[in-house]
Design a protein around this ligand. Structure first.
Ligand code: NDP
Ligand code: 2IT
Length: 460
C-alpha cells in the first residue's frame, strides 16, 4: 500500500493514489462481488478530501480495515416443507464493524441473497448507523430462501432452523438483527422465539422490529418510510419545495414503501404509483394506502389486486415501467439498482425535482451521475433510510430500561434524528467544499465517526 513518504508532498496525489490502490486491491480480492464493490466505490470517491485534509488516516490503513468485515458467518439451513421434503438454503451473517456498538442490521430472505449482496448491505450499514448518532455497529444477514408461496408453517420451520445456527453469534450486547426484505414481524417473532428457547431466557434486546405486544417499539414499523419522507422534506425545503401539492411515485409496496406513502400523503402529496416485483399500479386519483396495507400486510397478496378495489386504477406488468410515470418526487423503496441510467433518464425527462432513496443503493452509479448533472435533489440511502435502524436503537434502549415510549414520543425522536442527519450531511458537505452534495456529506460524516473510533481502539 501507499506509504506517506517524507518529501512526497502533493496531498491530492497521495490521497488519489491511496484510494486508487486500495480499491484495486479490494477488486482483486473480491472479484465476484459487484454490489459490494459498487458500494465501496461510492464511499471511496467521496473520501478523497478527507485524506487530503487528514493524511494520517492513510498511514493507519483505515480504508483497508474498514472494507474487511470483522467476521463472516455462512451456514447450512436445512428445513422440511409441508410435504415432508427436505430443502437446503444458505444462511449468512456479516459482522462488519463493531467500533461504535454491537453489530446491528437487518435479515433479508430473498432468492438473490449472496455474499456480495450481504457485504454491500452490511458495509452501507456502517456509515448509516454512524449517522444516526446512536451506539450501534454494523451487520447484515439473511438467506437465499424464497418466502413467496410458502405456508406459514414452512416459514416457521425455516426461520427456526436458520436461528438454531445463527443464535450462537447473537446477543443484545453482541449482535442485534431486525427485518429487511422478506422479513417482517411474523418472521422476527419466530426467530426471537427460537433464540429465547435455545438460550433458556428472555433477552428482549436481542432483536428489534418485534411486535409491540412483547417488547417491540411503537413506531418501528413506520420508522423507515416516515424517516425517508422527513429527510426528503428537509431537503425540499432548502429549495422552497415541499411534499404538499407534489406528485409522488414510490416503488415497492412493502414495509418501507407503505409508510413512505402514508407520510407523503399526510404531508399533502398525491402518490400516483407503487409497485411490487411483478408490476405497478397507477391511480391518478391518488393511491389509497389503506388498500395497499390490506393487500400486502393482511392478505399477503400481489399489488395487482389493488384494481379490484379501485376501478379507476391501472395495472401494468413489469415493475421497471413505474419510472416512466410523470412525477415531482420519486422514492425508490424496493431494492438495489432498481433505477438504472435509462430509468433515471425517464425521470429527468419528466422533470423530476427530487429523489430520496428508501431502499438500500436503489440507484446505479450512472443514474446518480445523471441526477447530479441535472441538479435533481438527491437524498442518499444511508442518510435518508436511517430512520428504521435509528428507531431500532430506540427499541434497544426501551428494552434495556424495561419501559415503553408512546408512538408520539418515538415519532418525535425520529423526526429529530432525521433533521440532525440532514444538518450533519449538509454541514459536512459544505466543510469539505461540496456544498449541497448530500452524498459526499453523508459518506464523510458517517465515515469520520467510525474511523476515529477505530483509531481510538488501536490497530485491529
Ligand atoms: P419488504 O419485503 O417489506 O418489501 C419489499 C418490496 O420491494 C416488495 O414490494 C417487493 O415486491 C419489492 N421487491 C423486492 N425485491 C424486488 C426486486 N428484486 N425487484 C422488484 N421489486 C422488488 O422489504 P422492505 O420494505 O423492508 O425493504 C425494502 C428496501 O428498503 C430494501 O432495500 C431494504 O434493504 C431497505 N430498507 C429496509 C428497512 C426496514 O426497516 N425494513 C430499513 C432501511 C432500508 P415483491 O413482494 O413482489 O417481492
Ligand atoms: O437496512 C436497514 O437499515 C434495515 N434493514 C434496518 C436495520 C435495523 O437493524 O433496524
Amino acid at each position: 500500500m501507499t506509504n506517506v513518504v517524507e518529501g512526497y508532498s502533493d496531498p491530492k496525489k497521495i490521497a488519489n493514489d491511496y484510494v486508487h490502490e486500495v480499491y484495486a486491491s479490494l477488486k482483486k480480492r473480491n472479484p465476484e462481488e459487484k454490489e459490494f464493490l459498487q458500494a465501496a466505490r461510492e464511499i471511496f470517491d467521496s473520501l478523497r478530501p478527507v485524506f487530503i485534509k487528514n493524511p494520517s488516516f492513510i498511514k493507519d490503513g483505515i480504508l483497508e480495515r474498514i472494507t474487511e468485515p470483522e467476521r463472516i458467518i455462512t451456514f447450512r439451513v436445512a428445513w422440511e416443507d409441508d410435504q415432508g421434503k427436505v430443502h437446503v438454503n444458505r444462511g449468512f451473517r456479516i459482522q462488519f464493524n463493531s467500533a461504535l456498538g454491537p453489530y446491528k442490521g437487518g435479515i433479508r430472505f430473498h432468492p438473490s441473497v449472496n455474499t456480495s449482496i450481504m457485504k454491500f448491505l452490511a458495509f452501507e450499514q456502517i456509515f448509516k448507523n454512524s449517522l444516526t448518532g446512536q451506539p450501534i455497529g454494523a451487520g447484515k444477514g439473511g438467506s437465499d430462501f424464497d418466502p413467496k408461496g410458502k405456508s406459514d408453517r414452512e416459514i416457521m420451520r425455516f426461520t427456526q432452523s436458520f436461528m438454531t445456527e445463527l443464535s450462537k453469534y447473537l446477543g443484545s450486547d453482541l449482535d442485534v438483527p431486525a427485518g429487511d426484505i422478506g422479513v417482517g414481524r411474523r418472521e422476527v417473532g419466530y426467530m426471537f422465539g427460537q433464540y429465547n428457547r435455545l438460550k433458556g431466557g428472555y433477552e428482549a434486546g436481542v432483536f428489534t422490529g418485534k411486535d409491540p405486544n412483547y417488547g417491540g417499539s411503537l413506531g418501528r414499523k413506520e420508522a423507515t418510510g416516515y424517516g425517508v419522507v422527513y429527510f426528503a422534506e428537509e431537503m425540499l425545503k432548502q429549495k422552497g419545495f415541499s411534499f404538499k401539492g407534489s406528485k409522488v411515485i414510490v416503488s415497492g409496496s412493502g414495509n418501507v414503501s407503505t409508510y413512505a406513502m402514508e407520510k407523503a400523503i399526510a404531508l399533502g402529496a398525491k402518490v400516483v404509483a407503487c409497485s411490487d416485483s411483478s408490476g405497478y399500479i397507477y391511480d391518478e386519483n391518488g393511491i389509497d394506502v389503506e388498500t395497499v396495507k390490506q393487500i400486502k400486510e393482511v392478505q399477503n397478496k400481489r399489488i395487482k389486486d389493488y384494481k379490484k378495489y379501485h376501478s379507476g386504477a391501472k395495472y401494468y406488468e413489469g415493475c421497471s415501467g413505474i419510472w416512466s410515470v410523470d412525477c415531482d418526487i420519486a422514492l425508490p423503496c424496493a431494492t438495489q439498482n432498481e433505477i438504472d441510467e435509462r430509468a433515471a433518464f425517464e425521470l429527468v425527462s419528466n422533470q423530476v425535482k427530487a429523489i430520496a432513496e428508501g431502499a438500500n443503493m436503489p440507484c446505479t452509479k450512472e443514474a446518480v451521475d445523471l441526477f447530479m448533472k441535472n441538479d435533481v435533489l438527491f437524498a442518499p440511502a444511508k442518510a435518508a433510510n436511517a430512520g428504521g435502524v435509528a428507531v431500532s436503537a430506540m427499541e434497544m434502549s426501551q428494552n434495556s430500561m424495561r419501559l415503553n415510549w408512546t408512538f408520539e414520543e418515538v415519532d418525535e425522536r425520529l423526526q429529530q434524528v432525521m433533521k440532525d442527519i440532514y444538518r450533519n450531511c449538509l454541514d459536512t458537505a459544505e466543510k469539505y467544499d461540496f456544498p449541497g452534495n448530500l452524498i459526499v456529506g453523508a459518506n464523510i460524516a458517517g465515515f469520520l465517526k467510525v474511523a476515529n473510533a477505530m483509531l481510538a481502539h488501536g490497530i485491529n
